[in-house]
Design a protein around this ligand. Structure first.
Ligand code: PRP
Length: 187
């Protein structure tokens, strides 16, 4: 059995309580998908998935949108392998698609300090999209969602360090089907 096997993954001592179950996530993503379908009727939105964390959410969201969406990927990093933001956002992989005239939906897994989102907004707005909206699965209660212009929010969560459904702790747990609280040893 390897470290990547599901049983090793879920029996890990660092995994705390389940914050959002697979069913809760699935249900909410369907609702967001229906809302996007209504809001973008007659258009062909471009989903910009922010790697790596948003990959799972973006996949499920795309399945839930009943429109001919396109998907492209951008990768930024401010946390590295640390659980604390470095305060500096680094572009790791840029988009391939030209954004000019496109209806762009930026898809994030979590808005925490908002640093990443502010950086991405500036970068994408400068490319002349017809519209730019933000859709995040999770947002911290402390995040200024209005100030950051976030249109779609799955769940607002407290300050716990969370993993699963795309979110990691030093690259682990992204493949958990649910969202759990992460409890490092020094806690
Ligand atoms: C995480 C997450 C967001 C960002 C949110 O990315 O995916 O992009 O942090 O935090 P902020 O609001 O404080 O900027 P991370 O840098 O951990 O990269 P990852 O998505 O590859 O895990």
């Amino acid at each position: 059995m390897t470290d990547e096997s599901p049983s090793r993954l879920t029996s890990d001592d660092h995994l705390g309580r389940v914050l959002l179950s697979e069913e809760q996530l699935a249900q909410r993503i369907i609702e967001i998908g229906e809302q996007v379908t209504e809001d973008y009727a007659g258009r062909r939105p471009l989903l910009v998935c922010v790697l790596r964390g948003a990959y799972a959410f973006c996949t499920e969201l795309a399945f839930s949108i009943d429109l001919p969406v396109e998907i492209d990927f951008i990768a930024v990093s401010s946390y590295g392998s640390s659980t604390r933001t470095s305060g500096v956002v680094r572009l790791v992989k840029d988009l391939d698609v030209d954004l000019s005239g496109r209806d762009v939906i930026l898809v994030e897994d979590i808005v925490d300090t908002g640093l990443t989102l502010r950086y991405l907004r500036r970068s994408l707005e400068a490319r002349g999209p017809a519209s730019l909206e933000v859709c995040t699965l999770l947002a911290r209660e402390s995040a200024d969602l209005e100030g950051l212009g976030v249109r779609y929010v799955g769940f607002t969560i407290p300050g716990d360090f969370v993993v699963g459904f795309g979110l990691d702790a030093a690259e682990r747990y992204r493949n958990l089907r649910y969202l759990a609280v992460y409890e490092p040893e020094d806690h």
